[in-house]
Write a protein that binds this ligand. Structure first.
Ligand code: ARG
Length: 458
């Protein structure tokens, strides 16, 4: 059933009709479309725009339609123009001409954005829960490796010893912010557009505040024209997904390179890897590589939405129908990636001995040595230069930094020279970073507990 055409003399071009249809993708909004329609007919009944018993009949028929759609999703395969015409067609089959009254004063322009907002609200809640599970998995792994010493890297060169918990907490906090960002986006999505008409507002005495409450919206949109053209709530959600996917990609990258045989710090759960069709020895980190690769895809979704909006004049334009697939794709991709990443993190094994051996490399203690000298009174730049010369000397003579330090430092700082043992102990090194946010095991445990706590808040 077409919702328009009274002023047309013929049918649309066949190719154009297919081109124009959004039902192949906006049928995902069918539950929201029906929920919004039910609330709308109840609002029409309350304000007397339709009779109370008509409102009841429409509401009941829509409720049954929702049940049918849930029981038999195959019924969504029909050749409708969009989700709105699908619902109206099915409602007409159920109640005849009365179905038209469900659309009294209502425009698809406001319907499509109402459905998308409702869908985003529900999807955001699910995505936030999934992110919370991942933060908890990282926190649990981080707690068990809170004292597992490993090298920390800058520029992919070993820099200073850290603990595994410190690395886990770094990624966990990024995800905590994503969790909060999605919550912020949800607040701006949870605004009712319905009651805006096509652009000018509704001429019916609908109580929009009551309609908002009925649908669980926090506010009503304050301008009807803005309400039908605004998609920044969708762009904002998609940005939150893109940023989340970027964080997942960075976590994936760390797990990929540090689990490779040349490093061997982590053992990936086998069930998240795949083999090679040629090289029998391989267990490739495909799950993580896909999470990383899909960041490009979610970035694309965001750019697609921003580009879609930028040249549009005020009001609804059909261009806006292009919003939904980008939003769906971002939500699906980020949602699936978070779940896969949670499985990888939960199944991660730590090769503590390998990590510790790598962290014990003496040059990682160079900065610690310079700080120790400065704390005994040597100006820090001088200490930095002196340790630099010790490193060069060690390289030149093929001795270890510690041997050179033992030779040279008594003349400069007998105090430091006397405790080289502890200066070069990576466990001591991490324990000394005990200020909040540092890599000391106790600080890391607190940080991880705080991260897990933050995502338990609503
Ligand atoms: N299917 C459209 C969309 O998703 C809604 C239809 C609005 N069409 C119109 N001609 N006013 O944006």
């Amino acid at each position: 059933m077409k919702l328009w055409g009274g002023n047309y003399s013929g049918d649309p071009d066949k190719d154009f009709w297919e081109f124009n249809r959004s039902f192949p993708f906006d049928r995902r909004l069918v539950a929201e479309e029906i929920a919004a329609s039910r609330a709308y007919v109840r609002a029409l009944g309350r304000c007397g725009a339709i009779k109370a018993d008509e409102a009841d009949r429409l509401d009941g028929a829509l409720e049954r339609l929702a049940q049918q759609v849930q029981a038999d999703p195959a019924c969504l395969e029909m050749d409708a123009e969009d989700v709105h015409s699908f619902v109206e067609t099915r409602l007409t089959e159920a109640v005849g001409d009365l179905a038209g009254q469900a659309h009294l004063g209502r425009s698809r322009n406001e319907q499509s954005v109402t459905g998308l907002r409702l869908w985003l609200r529900r999807t955001t809640d699910r995505l936030r829960d999934a992110v919370a599970r991942l933060v908890e998995a990282l926190a649990a792994q981080g707690q068990s490796g809170a004292d597992a010493v490993m090298p920390g890297y800058t520029h992919t060169r070993a820099a200073e010893p850290i603990t595994f918990g410190h690395l886990a907490a770094a990624h966990a906090w990024a995800l905590v912010r994503d969790h909060e960002r999605l919550g912020d986006a949800r607040r701006r999505a949870n605004v009712l557009p319905l009651g805006s008409g096509a652009l000018a507002g509704t001429a019916l005495p609908i109580d929009r505040e009551a309609l908002a409450r009925d649908l669980g919206f926090d506010q009503v949109s304050p301008n009807a024209l803005d309400a039908v053209m605004d998609r920044d709530f969708a762009a904002e959600f998609t940005f939150a997904c893109a940023q989340l996917q970027t964080h997942l990609a960075r976590l994936a990258e760390d797990l990929i390179w540090l689990s490779g045989p040349e490093y061997g710090f982590f053992a990936l759960p086998e069930s998240f890897t795949t083999g090679s069709s040629l090289m029998p020895q391989k267990k490739n980190p495909d799950a993580l590589e896909l999470v990383r690769g899909k960041a490009a895809r979610v970035d694309g979704d965001l750019v697609r939405l921003l580009a879609l909006m930028k040249g549009l004049p005020a009001g609804y334009q059909k261009d806006l129908q292009e919003d939904k697939e980008a939003v769906f794709d971002a939500a699906d991709t980020a949602g699936a990636s978070v779940v896969v990443m949670t499985g990888v993190v939960a199944g991660l094994g730590l090769n503590r001995d390998v990590m510790r051996r790598a962290a014990g490399r003496e040059d990682l203690m160079a900065a610690g040595l310079a700080v120790a000298l400065a704390r005994e009174g040597m100006p820090f730049r001088k200490a930095h230069g002196l340790v630099g010369s010790l490193v060069a000397e060690a390289q030149k003579t093929g001795s270890t930094l510690r041997e050179v330090a033992a030779r040279v430092l008594p003349a400069h700082s007998p105090g430091v020279a006397a405790r080289l043992e502890s200066v070069f102990d990576p466990d001591q090194a991490v324990r000394s970073r005990s200020a909040p946010g540092g890599t000391a095991p106790e600080a890391v445990r607190q940080s991880l507990a705080a991260a897990a706590d933050r995502v338990r808040r609503p």
